[in-house]
Design a protein around this ligand. Structure first.
Ligand SMILES: NC(=O)c1ccc[n+]([C@@H]2O[C@H](COP(=O)([O-])OP(=O)(O)OC[C@H]3O[C@@H](n4cnc5c(N)ncnc54)[C@H](OP(=O)(O)O)[C@@H]3O)[C@@H](O)[C@H]2O)c1
Length: 342
């Protein structure tokens, strides 16, 4: 099969190679897929660069954990999949050497999910890391129906999914962005209020639109940088769910403001969800993708048309894998970056 890979950590231009790799053997619990798209995420780049001391864990790594495709072959004990099924996958290159940046992949069937007909194969490759992260950040502390959620970075891969999932679950969403183009992406995802954090006073805007009440939960991409905003706009007993703090990895935490408001600081690391939480997330994500209401006794009214907003910035070819990694790493993408591996 054709694939792109690396055999040591380093910059994409130096370490990513393209060529032939052998197909992997199929176990009885496995599914073999003909991949269509490979979804790139910052963690794929961070792993290649050894970010935060991550080791080069395997001699040869085919990168990327997210992807989509169709089923080519099923193992003897696999019951849920048939040849030709359209699927999306997650955690393909988490603690495993061979990810989705190839024509084929063999995965344990629990990492493979059916892709609803109304969702494109391209967007199927954008779901794994972004939607699982967004789901955990939104729902780890209970229902968000009727609540006000602040999603920072609403044009980011995770942020955009978080807006869509929050609206799907009956919340009101305020989102921050840094440009008009990004504001449009956040609005298309369903944000009720979009604030340009470079030009506007985020705290003032939120407090004035919520009658001085603030927000119930925050989905946070820049924990350290946004702490002053958090402390102004998060309601007492509110939750801040943090999944990144790249520019300030060791922020100073003011103890008393957190304590006096009974705030909860929720850490989110999507790769290591407990089985129960993962099951709940996968079930909700499937309902959202299919345009169905949340599976609760009284589902909240759908407040916007049940159409997934496919937030894709650019699609590269398999031979351009190195360029795709560089493009995502440059920070200029507005939306998901994919590799067409068909
Ligand atoms: N913990 C986990 O399980 C987990 C899971 C997925 C991703 N992550 C991490 O989360 C980060 C984002 O991932 P992603 O895939 O969503 O990346 P992305 O698509 O590049 O999106 C990040 C977004 O955040 C915005 N942003 C940056 N600083 C901001 C700030 N101070 N206020 C508001 N928005 C800000 C960026 O736009 P502007 O810079 O233009 O504002 C961008 O739109 C990465 O570091 C990734 O490794 C962690």
């Amino acid at each position: 099969m054709k694939a792109a890979w690396y055999e040591r950590q380093g910059p994409a231009s130096e370490v990513i190679r393209y060529g032939e790799q052998p197909s992997q053997p199929l176990g009885e619990q496995d599914v073999r897929l003909r991949l269509a798209f490979s979804g790139l995420n910052p963690s794929d780049l961070k792993r290649r660069m050894g970010f935060n001391g991550q080791p080069h864990a395997f001699p040869l790594i085919i990168p990327n954990s997210d992807g989509s495709g169709t089923v080519l072959e099923v193992g003897a004990k696999v019951k849920d999949f048939r040849l030709g099924d359209r699927v999306w996958v997650f955690n393909a290159q988490w603690k495993r050497p061979f990810g989705t940046n190839a024509e084929e992949i063999v995965l344990p069937s629990h990492l493979v999910r059916h892709l609803p007909e109304n969702v494109s194969l391209a967007y199927g490759a954008c779901v794994g890391i972004p939607a699982l992260t967004a789901h955990r950040a939104l729902f780890a502390d209970g229902s968000i129906e009727g609540k006000v959620i602040l999603v920072h970075g609403g044009a980011g891969s995770v942020g955009n999914c978080a807006i869509q999932l929050a609206r799907w679950a009956g919340a009101t969403v305020v989102s921050t962005v840094s440009s008009d183009e990004k504001a449009e992406a956040a609005s298309k995802a369903g944000a009720d209020q979009v604030i340009n954090y470079k030009r506007e006073d985020v705290s003032e805007k939120i407090l004035s639109s919520t009658d001085g009440q603030g927000v119930d939960r925050i989905v946070e991409v820049a924990f350290g940088e946004n702490l002053p905003i958090t402390l102004k706009v998060l309601k007492p007993h509110g939750v801040i769910s943090c999944y990144a703090s790249d520019r300030q990895p060791t922020p100073a935490l003011p103890f008393y403001p957190f304590m006096m408001k009974n705030l909860t600081l929720r850490w989110v690391f999507m790769y290591e969800l407990l089985p129960l939480d993962l099951r709940a997330a996968l079930s909700d994500i499937n309902l959202w993708l299919s345009g169905k209401s949340p599976d609760t006794a009284t589902p909240p009214p759908m407040t916007k048309p049940a159409i997934v907003y496919e937030h894709i910035d650019r699609i590269f070819s398999l031979t351009q894998t190195g360029e795709a990694h560089q493009y995502l790493g440059s920070g200029i993408a507005t939306g998901n970056v994919l590799i067409d591996v068909q």
